[in-house]
Design a protein around this ligand. Structure first.
Ligand SMILES: [Zn+2]
Length: 187
């Protein structure tokens, strides 16, 4: 049996002789479905039951609200994005990981350019059209709340749908800034 092995980060030299990790370049990037051609992915290791993929989400772009079979672990390995789960927007920064229940509507949006490592079960090819099932923004919020609460805003501000849903179907908090900052902090 062959060992499936791939590189998801490159080693870099830190101060004091310590080694660290930095995102690697894509070897064979493919366009991910339902992202307007803006998000690229690369399968690292996969079997039908389990797989790991790299995904590059340019700042301001994102995955529209969707569900999928099985759960995902999303590791942020560079940059910063938001993860909207149910009726809450959360910040996910490099060095953090979150568990996304596949059956719960959710969305991911780059605050900055973001490299993500997604580990999921079952595993679908990164460019598979049925990797995810889009849900309407009404479905994302309907059963939970008529408003979305941003946990990245210092006041955990509530937003009406039209305030955070772009014409492209991507969820964006109007106040979220990179570096853990929120424009409300300055007010
Ligand atoms: Zn916010």
């Amino acid at each position: 049996m062959n060992l499936k092995k791939a590189t998801w980060a490159k080693k870099v030299q830190l101060s004091k002789g310590l080694a660290g990790l930095a995102p690697k370049e894509f070897d064979a990037p493919v366009t991910m479905a339902e992202t307007g051609g803006l998000i690229m992915g690369e399968a690292l290791v996969a079997s039908p039951d389990l797989g790991g993929d790299l995904m590059f989400v340019p700042g301001g772009t994102g995955f529209k609200p969707h569900t999928h079979h099985g759960h995902h672990l999303i590791f942020a390995i560079s940059g910063e994005c938001t993860v909207t789960l149910g009726a809450e927007i959360h910040r996910l920064s490099a060095g953090e990981v979150c568990l996304i229940p596949g059956e719960v509507p959710h969305a991911v949006t780059g605050i900055t350019d973001t490299m993500l490592l997604a580990v999921g079960t079952p595993h679908m090819p990164v460019d598979a059209a049925d990797r995810l099932e889009l849900v309407s923004f009404e479905v994302l919020t309907a059963e939970l709340s008529s408003q979305i609460r941003c946990m990245g805003c210092s006041t955990h501000k509530l937003y009406e749908r039209h305030e955070i849903l772009g014409a492209d179907g991507v969820v964006r908090c109007p106040n979220m800034k990179s570096g853990g900052q929120c424009r409300l902090d300055a007010e």
